[in-house]
Design a protein around this ligand. Structure first.
Ligand SMILES: [Zn+2]
Length: 436
């Protein structure tokens, strides 16, 4: 007997969770389910077993396919005529940090220069100081509150980067926080990334040999120490951070140690980061505001996902990267928040969808796909999350309205009524974004 079926005589699928009453079940698996570019099933239903989807289809077919009467009543959920989508997969965040930079944001937008803000001790190094000084339990509480807020806004998988410790002990503490949060039930799935090469730490900014010494510290001490805890290694390859040569050295060492690779590339200028991402077959290259046509072709050829982060452009008040250019060059696209205290302090993927449509030239279908399946591809997790189809995790959202086309159109508010994590309703929490 197939272990997934109900009994020897009843060949219907066994399930311990069902969701019915769905006006539009947006599978984001159009090649297999539903119709249109998002694979929409009208009057849909979904069943899951052990946190994994076992069936999607029209509600009228549910009882013939699934032993639905065997599901405990408390696990039979009614979407009461609302639209259902996969949970968002936010493939680029920096959610583990202490401190708050609201004052810096206010000063920046009042015209105070970057140099003056740096002279006042603001900017990324202020977050490094606060994060280094924060005990692990403080970072844990802040990280947990943020993950709850991600879930409230419909995100069910969150990548998180280190990079505000910038020395072995503090970077290890941030990874320990992510490991602890990953083990908490009923929070979004956490995917940890080591970003020791985020910026040069203050104690490595004095002497000519300091840059090389810090890259040595990353390659010789931190990368080997963190290989078991971090799934990805990322480098901020930018003229204000690390060169393409430094990034290559770090990423080649990371790859040899079993890390998958990501790169912050070409955000502020042409740095060669996108080319490097293609050459090293990184899983994703993120930002890409200044990637050349040749680099975009290389990314496409190497199967690297291009991750666009419109929250940065919005928060900084600068030009947006062009989604149209990525489309023209065939680059697979993900959308992410880049949640961080300096340049994109938002955990709301609905906002990124709205910005992608209004300011980056994406269609709504493209934006929803980029925020779900695209994000899954940018984490090499497409077999697990990003669409609603059998075999994948039962991570989904119920909107407040009956149509996914409310997204982007009805902007600046939370359109998510419920979030389900591995088949369990997320019950809220404080949703804290309080000052650290
Ligand atoms: Zn980032």
């Amino acid at each position: 007997m197939d272990p997934n079926t109900n009994s020897a005589t009843d060949t219907r699928l066994a399930a311990d969770f069902a969701l019915t009453g769905i006006s539009r079940l947006v599978t984001v698996a159009p090649e297999r389910y539903g119709s249109g570019p998002l694979g929409v099933i009208p009057n849909g239903a979904l069943a899951a077993q052990g946190g994994r989807i076992v069936w999607v289809g029209a509600e009228a077919d549910l009882a013939r396919a699934v032993a639905v009467e065997a599901i405990p009543p408390a696990a039979r959920h009614d979407a009461v005529g609302r639209a259902v989508l996969p949970g968002f997969v936010d493939s680029h965040t920096h959610f583990v940090f202490a401190g708050n930079r609201a004052e810096e944001f206010q000063l920046r937008h009042a015209g105070v220069s970057y140099e003056e803000l740096a002279r006042q001790g603001r900017g990324i190094l202020s977050t490094v100081r606060a994060t280094r000084a924060a005990p692990e339990e403080t970072l844990l509480a802040l990280g947990r509150g943020r993950l709850e807020s991600f879930a409230i806004h419909g995100t069910t998988t969150v990548e998180g980067k280190t990079g505000y410790g910038l020395e072995p002990e503090s970077e290890a503490r941030c990874l320990a926080v992510m490991r602890a949060l990953a083990a908490v039930p009923n929070l979004p799935t956490v995917v940890p990334t080591f970003l020791g090469a985020h910026t040069l730490p203050p104690e490595y900014r004095e002497h000519p040999g300091d840059r090389a010494a810090y890259v040595d510290l990353i390659c010789e001490r931190m990368l080997p120490a963190f290989a078991a805890d971090a799934r990805f290694c990322d480098v901020f390859c930018e003229r204000t951070a690390f060169t393409a040569d430094e990034a290559r050295r770090i990423l080649e060492q990371a790859r040899a140690l079993g890390y998958a690779l990501k790169l912050h590339a070409n955000q502020l200028g042409p740095t060669g980061g996108a080319r490097l991402a293609a050459e090293l077959h990184a899983v994703s290259a993120d930002h890409l505001d200044f990637a050349s046509d040749e680099e975009l072709d290389m990314l496409n050829g190497a199967g690297v996902v291009g991750t666009l982060l419109p929250g940065c452009s919005f928060s900084l008040g600068i030009a947006y990267p062009s989604a149209q250019r990525l489309r023209e060059h065939g680059v697979r696209t993900a959308l992410a928040t880049d949640f961080n205290p300096g340049t994109s302090y938002s955990e709301n993927m609905q906002m990124m969808i709205a910005l992608a449509v209004s300011a980056m030239g994406m269609t709504l279908d493209e934006a929803i796909t980029a925020a779900t399946r695209g994000g899954a591809a940018a984490l090499a997790m497409e077999a697990e999350v990003g669409s609603l189809e059998p075999g994948k995790r039962c991570d989904l959202i119920v909107l407040r309205g009956d149509d996914e086309r409310e997204l982007a159109y009805h902007f600046g508010v939370n359109l998510v009524a419920r979030t389900y994590l591995r088949g369990h309703l997320f019950m809220g929490g404080e949703g804290s974004t309080e000052r650290g």
